[in-house]
Design a binder for this molecule. Sequence first.
Ligand SMILES: Cc1cc2nc3c(=O)[nH]c(=O)nc-3n(C[C@H](O)[C@H](O)[C@H](O)COP(=O)(O)OP(=O)(O)OC[C@H]3O[C@@H](n4cnc5c(N)ncnc54)[C@H](O)[C@@H]3O)c2cc1C
Length: 397
Amino acid sequence: MDKVDVIVAGAGPVGLVAANVLADAGCSVVLLEVEDTLPTNLRASTFQSVTLDLLEPFGVNDKLINMGVISPIMQYRDRKGWVAEFDFAVLKNDTHYPYRVQCEQFKLCELLVERLKTKPNAKVIYSARAQSVTQDDHGVDVEAQIAGKTEHLKGKWLIAADGGRSLLRASVGVKLEGFTWPERYLVASTTFDFPSVMPGLSTVSYFADPDEWYFLLKVPDMWRCMFPIGEHEKDDVVLSDEDIQRRLQRVYPKSTPYDIKHRTIYSVHQRVAERYRVGRTFLAGDAAHLNNPLGGMGMNGGIHDAFAISERLAGVLTGKLGESALDGYERERRPVALHYVDKISTANKRNLETKDPAEQKAWRDLMDKTARDPELARQYLARVSMIESIRQSKAAA
Ligand SMILES: Cc1cc2nc3c(=O)[nH]c(=O)nc-3n(C[C@H](O)[C@H](O)[C@H](O)COP(=O)(O)OP(=O)(O)OC[C@H]3O[C@@H](n4cnc5c(N)ncnc54)[C@H](O)[C@@H]3O)c2cc1C
């Protein structure tokens, strides 16, 4: 295979966004995906308004929104009936999409891979594990296992979007600094119609509780319910019908068992790569940063990385930008992961779980006050919807 402009590793949302931007700009791009087909496991399901703004030029938003649930309202609640409600409509002058969309991330991936198939300058190779990279001043050489054979692919640049366990990050010797929380999270999904018994429940609802916080998010066919699990709880117990029923019965006690469609446990990290660029290799998405899911920022931040690096690379490859523009990628995106996302997602966790009555009261009072004042609510929602992060990071670059 001839040397391509950009090799992208990983056909998750981040790799697929990057490959589409590059292909649209006329660059040649090869996307390597280790699985033999697009992964369809249930992971992120929150699309922030600013992400939809960025995705607009791809022309996939109508389909994505139709396959998902529009969430115009976000609520903070507790188990005793306290509710602070935020209406995303206050963002109408900040975004074309003043709401959140709840839709499984693989549906975006499917739309983007279909789009990529129409581009003669783009190629997706499945069953292709990008294992390592060597590079010099002129390009990269990616060693990949493709359908069981070792091959070397040559490119001018590499985007490593190969997820949290990135082999390419390890290959360029970059550490993912930070820590892993001692507790893990359980996501259990059920078709039970919570609003029928919790009137006014919004499709994005976070419940603060000192013993066991949880959140309820609606995707088209199910409600996803997330709970923290203790450090010493065993997976087989946590995933058992009995244990999941117990947790769901605490959300709403009912006489019949919940219908459980899906269950998974996952570890939660606050980690950021010490560098986002090594020579001609750029880290993006989970390969560059991991954070707890409270606030729905992981995939969104990754998609924002994908635009930031692929637009720069496209500019350099088409002669519109000098190579020095590439230095701005890390300056623009790493502080967002390190300070902005880390701070908000950690605060969200703390606010939901705190056992300190003074902290509980202070946060609830603040949320009540913010929700009542349209300008404070707008500023708050611009921050948690990541609109502010895009503005700040572009200014920093
Ligand atoms: C349960 C759960 C819920 C979540 N909820 C949210 C949410 O609501 N909102 C949000 O913003 N984020 C959420 N996240 C985080 C979000 O899923 C990730 O941030 C997002 O998937 C990152 O996208 P990515 O493309 O960087 O990585 P991934 O989605 O992990 O994609 C990486 C791709 O690379 C492939 N790959 C891996 N290694 C290689 C290799 N060596 N060579 C080639 N291909 C490789 C993988 O198969 C995969 O297709 C959640 C995560 C989990 C686990």
